[in-house]
Design a protein around this ligand. Structure first.
Ligand code: SAH
Length: 245
């Protein structure tokens, strides 16, 4: 091939070459679970009455399959909880959506989560609020796993702490919203104290053996207003909460 013919060949095919180079990059960037995730939002969440546009958008965006073990990835968008190690579970997607919607979050809100688990709920919260999400977990292996995962996925506004969430996170209080993702037989008083006036707290309240009632608590003029949202089944909160019957 003469030089002229070579340059002519290259000019004619340069677009094709660029396309061939970019193709694998494009495939790497696309998310193979996106279709499943959008179907889940429609069928399991929107159809059951969750309306908040931001919550639906965020659940349709956060890669839930990256918050579970590799062998469970294909089940990540199913209508059920999944094991996350240490005998704990990541909640059913609908319950995550329902609890998040109930908190009526504004982008400027400061949120506390008790029970980091896989870090999925924290990621959902972090997509909604600009300010930091504070999340407390009592099991060290889960703290380490969730903190690494959230960092690798680029969530810079989540702070994870290894502690008993019964005591909240005083240093960063008061919070506009608090979400407890483990079952308790009473609302830990430190959490009520760390909730802002006008703030919302959601917690699965009741027996920690069978099922609980998802309860939304609003603090108004120092008084608590309780609203029961329906039955749920969460793993029990452990630590200090067990000492008080
Ligand atoms: N929100 C999590 C799932 C929570 S499962 C997610 O999105 O994956 C409940 C979690 O609460 C478990 O990880 C459990 O270890 C934790 N937990 C139980 N008691 C706790 C306590 N007293 N303080 C903080 N975390 C607690």
């Amino acid at each position: 091939m003469t030089w002229n013919r070579f340059t002519a060949f290259f000019k004619c095919n340069s677009l094709l070459l660029v396309f061939l180079i970019l193709l694998p990059l494009h495939l790497l960037a696309s998310d193979p679970y996106d279709k499943k995730r959008q179907e889940m939002v429609e069928k399991d969440i929107k159809a059951r009455g969750v309306k908040d546009k931001k919550v639906l958008e965020v659940i349709g965006k956060v890669p839930r399959h990256l918050f579970v073990d590799k062998n469970l990835m294909d089940k990540a968008y199913g209508d059920h909880p999944l094991p996350i190690g240490e005998g704990q579970t990541i909640s059913q997607p609908y319950v995550v959506a329902l609890m998040t919607e109930a908190l009526k979050l504004k982008p400027t809100d400061r949120v506390l989560e008790i029970g980091t688990g896989s870090g999925y709920q924290a990621a959902v919260l972090a997509e909604i609020v600009i300010k930091e999400v504070y999340t407390v977990e009592i099991r060290k292996p889960l703290v380490d796993m969730a903190a690494k995962r959230l960092k690798d996925l680029g969530y810079k506004n989540v702070k994870v702490r290894y502690a008993d969430g019964y005591f909240g996170w005083e240093e960063y209080s008061p919070f506009d919203a608090i979400i407890v993702t483990a079952a308790a037989n009473h609302i830990p008083p430190p959490l009520i104290k760390q909730l802002k006036e006008g703030g919302r707290l959601i917690i699965p309240l009741g027996s920690t053996v069978y099922y609980q009632v998802l309860t939304l608590v609003t603090k108004k003029k120092g008084e608590l207003k309780l609203e029961q949202m329906g039955p749920v089944a969460f793993v029990p909160m452990i630590g200090e909460v067990k000492k008080i019957k």
